[in-house]
Design a binder for this molecule. Structure first.
Ligand code: NAD
Length: 369
């Protein structure tokens, strides 16, 4: 067993605490079975933090997140906080964490579990076995570039401005994340931009090519324009291994890829920062879904996206690949055999609660290990 890991859990609002409770059972199982040792702390975030502290993220919670080996995050938001001032709304909690921890690489896997191939919007044969990873640059590009704003022109009409801007350094650091990931997967990276019409895209292509030649000659690199990539994702998604792209294109393409998998309740994600001098990589793992206020407190939430976020944490922050495999295999078996939460209900399969899905998962975890 490796050294004790310092873990911060931030369940948040709505179904966040419900799905986090099931992830916590997996952490307990790993400890009870002597596969890992965790020092686990918990902090409020989002609306839950507003209710107690008046802000969605306290300085103390932020400091703990920065100091932790990894943060496992649930979800924030809900109608209860619709009328709080814009600058302290629940979502500011997660935005501030991403910004302050400088989490520049957003990892969004799109993996289709065999038992759910029929739930995809594409034909089952196109998505069965699909396993791709989209690496989206998350702190630069057009969402942050200057100048930005809405200005009034002399004739009284207005002009909205946003600026796509990337530096060599920003492209290199997200490129390295993609190449490193590819080394742990099938060894292929597809870099996506629009260098045919955007100078920032041209620079992106050149920097990625140089990086591959100098540091990752063992990884196969291809390039694709973003519009073609969208078409290829819908036409033949299995051609990809790792896709690396900008903030804007990654936003769109990762949502498209997510839908190929069929269910929001099954999609994990990670955001990673830069390695510091001590070798520590700030990292935050969270499901793609939000706080689902419409089903909060009803025991209907699917906990698997949260559990799969935990599996990503084991693999990428703690190098516990075998344990991540075990958790993912248990999820696969639950989907194949057990009852299902309402979001992925299927004919002939019992509808079960969040906690019952957790029970099934723990039972399978003991079988696959
Ligand atoms: P949502 O993802 O919360 O819900 C969309 C739909 O999917 C709902 O019908 C919901 O019931 C269902 N759903 C989501 N997760 C599910 C799960 N695990 N199991 C079963 N069904 C699930 O998105 P929304 O309704 O647009 O947003 C609700 C709140 O969440 C808003 O306040 C929004 O700002 C917030 N939000 C937060 C995050 C985050 O914390 N990172 C992300 C997205 C949305």
């Amino acid at each position: 067993m490796t050294a004790t890991k310092n873990l911060l859990l931030m369940p948040g609002d709505g179904i966040g605490p419900e799905v986090m409770a099931q992830a916590r059972r997996v952490l307990d199982w790993l400890q009870e079975n002597k596969r890992a040792s965790f020092n686990i702390e918990e902090e409020l975030v989002g609306g839950a933090s507003i209710d107690v502290h008046g802000v969605p993220l306290t300085d103390a919670a932020l400091a703990k997140a920065k100091a932790a080996d990894a943060v496992l995050f649930g979800a924030v938001g809900g109608p209860k906080w619709d009328n709080v001032p814009f600058n302290i709304r629940p979502e500011v909690g997660i935005l501030k964490l991403r910004g302050e921890m400088q989490l520049f690489a957003n990892l969004r896997p799109a993996k289709v579990f065999d038992a759910l191939a029929d739930a995809s919007s594409l034909k089952p044969e196109l998505v069965r076995g699909l396993d791709i990873m989209i690496v989206r640059e998350a702190t630069g590009g057009i969402y942050f570039g200057e100048p930005r704003g809405i200005e009034t022109l002399p004739d009284g009409t207005q002009r909205g401005i946003n600026t796509e801007v990337y530096t060599t350094h920003e492209i290199q650091r997200v490129g390295r994340v993609a190449f490193e990931l590819a080394r742990k997967r099938e060894g292929r990276v597809c870099s996506v931009e629009k260098g045919n019409v955007m100078e920032s895209g041209l620079l992106w292509r050149q920097v990625i090519a140089k990086l591959q030649a100098e540091e990752y000659p063992d990884v196969k690199l291809s390039n694709m324009y973003a519009d073609n990539c969208a078409m290829q994702l819908a036409r033949n998604p299995k051609q990809f291994d790792v896709i690396v792209t900008s903030n804007l294109f990654g936003d769109l393409l990762s949502d498209l890829a997510a839908m190929l998998t069929g269910s929001l309740g099954l999609l994990p994600s990670a955001t990673l920062g830069a390695k510091d001098a001590a070798g520590h990589i700030p990292s935050l793992y969270e499901p793609i879904h939000g706080s689902a206020p419409d089903i909060a407190g009803m025991g209907k939430a699917n906990p698997l996206a949260q559990v799969l976020s935990l599996a990503m944490m084991l693999r990428y922050s703690f190098d516990m690949g075998a344990d991540a495999d075990a958790v993912e295999a248990a999820v696969e078996r639950v989907l194949a055999k057990a009852g299902r939460t309402p979001d992925i209900a299927a004919p002939g399969r019992a509808v079960i609660s969040t906690a019952e899905m957790g029970d099934a998962l723990i039972a399978e975890l003991s079988r696959v290990s």
